[in-house]
Design a protein around this ligand. Sequence first.
Ligand code: NDP
Length: 455
Amino acid sequence: MAEYDFDLFTIGAGSGGVAASRRAASFGAKVAICEGSRVGGTCVIRGCVPKKLLVYAAQFRDGFEDSAGYGWASHTPAFDWETLIARKDKEIDRLNGIYITMLKNSGVTLFEGNGRIIDAHTVEVAGQRHTARTILIATGGWPSLPPIEGIEHAATSNEALHLPSLPHSVLILGGGYIAVEFAGIFRGLGAEVTLMIRGDDLLNGFDDDIRIELAKEMTKRGITIISRCKPEKIVQGPGGYTVTDHMGREHSAGLVLAATGRRPNTKGLGLESVGIALDDKGAIPVNEWSRTSVDNIYAIGDVTDRMALTPIAIAEGRALAETLFNDNPTTISYDNVPTAVFSIPPLGTVGLTETQARAKFAKVDIYKAGFRPMKHTMSGRDERVLMKLVVDGESQRVLGCHMMGMDAPEMMQALGIALNCGATKRDFDRTIALHPSTAEEFVLMREKAPESKTL
Ligand code: NDP
């Protein structure tokens, strides 16, 4: 009889857990996975995918409006929220089904229910105990709410994807990824939108020029951004909610959306039974092999709070399967990870920001191009694009590419390859432009820009 029921038992069937389990099974491991909610996890069920579908919905407004400049007898047709949500749910159901089928076809056993670690080799799911040589924790994250009076009245991104109707006005707390993405969605679909941020600018950690430019574009679209403002109390009234800020000012809205960060999902996992202590952010500490303080227990994805992005969780999961079940020790690199914010207009970024580069390199050259894209010369829309290259002044290696504007996410994937190959500014310069496009500006920037004033 085998020593354990399974070679690998994965807790959490999100993108990371599913990728690790399928890859391990493909190497011949006997694998089980459990999921307390729906297979697919945050990205597929309540994150990246449904969010992007709603962004597509919101972007149609621009298309209708812009078409008049191109000769279309333009009018903005009526929008129906219920139809959008029903169609989005149907698509998510389809993807959830595909994920379940993929697990089955890979030979991975799926248990429905939350997993609880009993000891270093035992996981309990729905009252049944299973033993495993290796346990993998891939339980992701969950919205974290600020401790303010009446916070129970705030929706999170989870509920925002299932509202019964489109609110007439939305007050969003926070200015990170989720806040700016939902601001674009709700504004595009017709709601009044206000963002309340505690700092000066949106999107901490992004390149300063880009975040400032995005705020300008969002403001042009009628989104109100209230900076240096902290919510203190939320009260429900007849037509919605009133948020009182730290100066006693009242802000009313039909919906309050808390987009104030996410925290690792470790509740009920039984970590104390194996002596795994959390770090100060509530995450499971792991080494570069994704190993926890217990030799045969590993963790990947958002629960480790390394880089909370789906493709990172997938890469960590596959690297782990290679290491443990294919005799191919593999770690992943967290450098030059392309990422996008699907705001309207969107952002795309890869590599170092100007601030990060100046902290690390003696001489940094900056190149910038800001312009009105060709499409809007005739649509008449007052919307600009900003592109920026951060270059090591000594080696001429391109350290970072940043962009705010149409199609930025699509460009960053390819620019990520260039950066990973160590491309220099000269390599960018000798690449022939693809004309006419917005992307060509990345190979046409000649003049060095002065250091950003905001730094
Ligand atoms: P972020 O960490 O990006 O942003 C949180 C925001 O909430 C910040 O503006 C923060 O302010 C603010 N905040 C935090 N605590 C409080 C508080 N007590 N009162 C008021 N404001 C507060 O988190 P998100 O929830 O937007 O996203 C979570 C993660 O999910 C992201 O970091 C990202 O990794 C991932 N994600 C990725 C997406 C993508 O790739 N397109 C899309 C969505 C999410 P401050 O800046 O001052 O700290």
